[in-house]
Design a protein around this ligand. Structure first.
Ligand SMILES: [Zn+2]
Length: 444
């Protein structure tokens, strides 16, 4: 994923510490670094760690795949709120650990937390335990009745505390992390943008996954959301909005002109029936140089933390929408998953490609996995022929996180036990019961 998109057949990567030292022919690098330990990819495809630009690392993780798929988000999200509020530091750390393990196993090495966290330091602890990269932030809204809602000053003070605690440079970086939608007043939105600019970090929030946000802004301000955000100084390179599905042409132009970024989460829109195939302009924006990354959203929206699944849907959706296979495909989608995703989150100087000087975030696919037998064009096969399940090894900053398809930093069986018990306790504590569509027969 270097600027020429070179695919080296039989290449090797020399790593020193957390960085990539050199990329080149295997024989040459072996001769140059005879003392180096060797990880043999054994003919498997090796690519940069992938970027997930929108993921709720905590929140609903412990109620994964419980929310019925015939509920619209305006029903399921408020329904989930008691579950969010019932989280403790321990349960959020557990959730973040689980999300991070799932990410690592799918070759995702960098995740932008999407904005529903109570205990940002516990999120950071979970992510660091696993050893991937992420941003952290605290739930930020001035909307009454939501967790942690307060005045703009109160919310901004909490955001600032996270930025102070997690400066750029480590595995976990603090970002301004607002809920967005219509749930922040102007003071919060523009204050958040100022904070992000001042600290040199990103700001993320949700906007326009469905038509509610445009309708709300039109009713309140007689302007569409992105027009309003432009007017109050929120747009810019620091901004990454989740979704941006229901943008009109003028909003698209504003996003492109201001170089604001979008996290595109196609499986969430499909699962929730939000209209991405009708309204989404992500592929067009991407081809015009727009900063678009891929995201998986929440476990009750996309359910999996697998960016390759998002990539295949992004490519398929683009082709089908135009009834034209020629304009956007696996290569563009894989760019979104790697280098262009890193550009969208403002970290392409460190992440997203295998080049000397960059962080050694490396994914190796298993050449012996059925999805890779026989081997075809690597990009076509990555996007259309496989997904996260053929990931064999993952390194983050030169450190091994996944070996032979297993996470080596945390014990998944221990996590399973803790998650199962904790999920049951959360259901008991909140009294939430999600209906099953088909009858469940107990005790057979
Ligand atoms: Zn979200």
């Amino acid at each position: 994923m270097d600027k020429d998109r070179r695919i080296l057949d039989g290449g090797a990567i020399a790593i020193a510490g957390e960085r990539i030292l050199e990329v080149g022919p295997t024989t040459a690098l072996k001769a140059k670094f005879p003392q180096a330990g060797i990880v043999d990819a054994n003919g498997g495809v090796v690519h940069p760690g992938m970027v997930n630009a929108h993921q709720h690392l905590t929140g609903g993780v412990l109620i994964k795949s419980c929310v019925p798929d015939d509920w619209p988000s305006v029903r399921s999200i408020p329904n989930n709120i008691p579950m969010h509020q019932a989280q403790t530091g321990d349960t959020e750390e557990l959730s973040a650990t689980l999300s991070a393990v799932g990410s690592a196993l799918n070759g995702v090495t960098m995740v932008i937390e999407a904005g529903s966290v109570n205990f940002p330091a516990r999120l950071a602890a979970g992510v660091r335990k696993v050893g991937i990269r992420a941003t952290t932030g605290v739930w930020g809204t001035t909307h009454p009745g939501r967790p942690h809602s307060g005045t703009a000053d109160e919310v901004l003070a909490r955001q600032k505390a996270v930025l102070d605690e997690f400066p750029p440079g480590g595995l976990v970086t603090g970002w301004v992390t607002l809920v967005g939608h219509s749930m922040g007043n102007d003071e919060l939105m523009s204050g958040g943008a100022d904070l992000a600019r001042q600290y040199g970090v990103g700001m993320t929030m949700h906007m326009s996954p469905i038509k509610d946000d445009p309708e709300s802004y039109l009713a309140r301000f007689n302007r569409r959301p992105i027009e309003h955000l432009a007017d109050i100084g929120v747009l810019g390179r620091h901004l990454l909005i989740g979704h941006g599905v229901w943008l009109d042409d003028s909003e698209v132009e504003l996003m492109l002109e201001s170089e604001s970024a979008i996290a595109y989460c196609p499986w969430a829109y499909y699962r929730l029936g939000q209209g991405a195939s009708l309204m989404g302009k992500h592929a067009e924006m991407f081809l015009r140089g727009g900063r678009i990354g891929l995201g998986c959203d929440a476990v009750n929206a996309g359910d999996q933390v697998d960016i390759l699944r998002q990539a295949s849907l992004a490519a398929g959706l683009a082709k089908d929408k135009m009834v034209d296979p020629s304009w956007f495909g696996a290569h563009e989608a894989f760019e979104m998953a790697t280098i262009r995703g890193a550009e969208a989150i403002g970290m392409d100087h460190l992440l997203g490609s295998i080049e000397a000087g960059k962080m050694a975030d490396i994914v190796i696919h298993d050449a012996d996995h059925a999805n890779w037998i026989p081997k075809g064009d690597p990009i076509i096969q990555l996007v259309w022929g496989t997904d996260g399940r053929s990931v064999r090894d993952v390194f983050v900053g030169g450190k091994e996180v996944v070996r032979a398809g297993r996470c080596v930093t945390v014990d998944l069986l221990e996590l399973k036990q803790a998650a199962t018990e904790t999920a049951a306790a959360l259901f008991a504590k909140t009294g939430i019961v999600y209906p099953h569509r088909w009858p469940h027969i107990e005790g057979v």
